[in-house]
Design a protein around this ligand. Structure first.
Ligand code: IPM
Ligand code: MN
Length: 355
């Protein structure tokens, strides 16, 4: 049976980078005969301009019955003045919630060829291989909020954070399962010295850990974890944390890897999953054809692995990306003297030739 892949380019460079990843998947299909079909749908500011909503119902419906969703990026200054409930970001938040994408996996692996691009010293980043498992549909992102109210003559706003035991259990189990297939170490990150939600988080993760004797668990406060990522990032294997902390730490971890343009992610749900690069829509370079497509191409590799269970095909994509880099090709974000500059289309072709 055909595998239906829903492609949602979104805004900015989203169109260019998802087109690249689809071309790579088409090449994979020729070779591995998976039988993928691609269906494009709108979301983000582009959808808002067309339909008055950043997340049309038909996009949600198509994604829900798909075998996997490939997502580009949303947002841009063009929509800065749009009401909060209609902002482009609501498209990705709405997809996560509607599809029940409870876990976001963000691997950070530093290829030897790229250690020099890290803002950290090469000897600190050599060998970094970690994955952040971020809770994605709970916490302060989705709690009750108030944009504006008056109290004692002053305007105020608030966002409520809550986590339930089942929510924390579900994400913890995935983190322990993930660690089992890696180096068997989980670091749970919270702010249990201050927040009640964090204390429940820590209790629950500790309870779940009892079922995974083969995995080692330690706990870090989020401020310390942020520091440890900069000081000794090789200490981490799997980091599990809540929605807001995971958002912040994953950007920090991504930049350690050199270019945020290279980092993929998978958002896992019970029925379908969504794959997207962790970078944004980069409106400043949109349409110029110079964006780095590798983050999206590696996200497509994660789609092959986690949604289609095509491990060999996923590996072929990852190896081809590695090969393109070791062969000296670089997009503008990584280019320097001595390397061959490639635009988005060229880089895509270079990768495809190596599959
Ligand atoms: C991310 C992004 C989103 C988030 C934004 C666009 C809502 O920063 O995927 O990390 O905060 O989750
Ligand atoms: Mn983010």
């Amino acid at each position: 049976m055909a595998k239906k892949i829903v492609v949602i380019p979104g805004d900015g460079i989203g169109e260019e980078i998802t087109a690249s990843a689809v071309r790579v998947l088409q090449r994979i299909d020729e070779k591995f005969r998976i039988g993928m079909v691609f269906e494009k749908h709108d979301a983000g500011g582009t959808a808002y301009d067309l339909y008055g909503t950043p997340l049309p119902q038909e996009t949600i419906d198509a994604a829900r019955v798909s075998d996997g969703v490939l997502f580009g990026a949303v947002g841009g200054d063009k929509w800065d003045a749009v009401a909060p409930a209609l902002r482009p970001e609501r498209a990705i938040l709405g997809l996560r919630k509607n599809l029940g994408l409870y876990a976001n996996l963000r691997p950070v692996k530093v290829a030897d060829a790229l250690t020099e691009y890290s803002p950290l010293k090469p000897e600190l980043v050599r060998g970094v291989d970690l994955v952040i498992v971020r809770e994605l549909i709970g916490g302060i992102y989705f709690g009750e909020k108030c944009e504006s109210e008056m109290q004692d003559g002053h305007e105020r706003a608030w966002d409520l954070e809550n986590y339930s035991v089942p929510e924390v259990e579900r994400i913890s189990k995935l983190a322990f399962e993930t660690a089992r297939l890696r180096r068997g170490r989980v670091t749970s990150v919270d702010k249990a010295n201050v927040l009640a939600t964090s204390r429940l988080w820590r209790r629950t993760v500790t309870k779940v850990a009892a079922g995974y004797n083969d995995v080692e668990l330690n706990h870090l406060y989020v401020d310390n974890c942020a520091m440890q990522l900069a000081v000794r990032p090789t200490q981490f294997d799997v980091i599990v944390t809540g929605n807001l902390f995971g958002d912040i730490l994953s950007d920090e971890a991504a930049v350690i890897g050199g270019s945020i343009g290279m980092m993929p992610s998978a958002s896992i749900g019970a029925n379908t999953s969504l794959y997207e690069p962790i970078h944004g829509s980069a409106p400043d370079i949109a349409g110029k054809g110079i964006a780095n497509p590798i983050g999206t191409i590696l996200s497509a590799a994660m789609l092959l692995r986690y949604s289609l269970h095509e491990d060999e095909a996923a590996k072929a994509v990852e190896d081809a990306c590695d090969k393109a880099l070791t062969d000296g090709y670089r997009t503008a974000d990584l280019w320097k003297d001595g390397f061959t500059k490639a635009n988005t289309t060229e880089m895509t072709e270079i990768i495809i030739k190596r599959i």
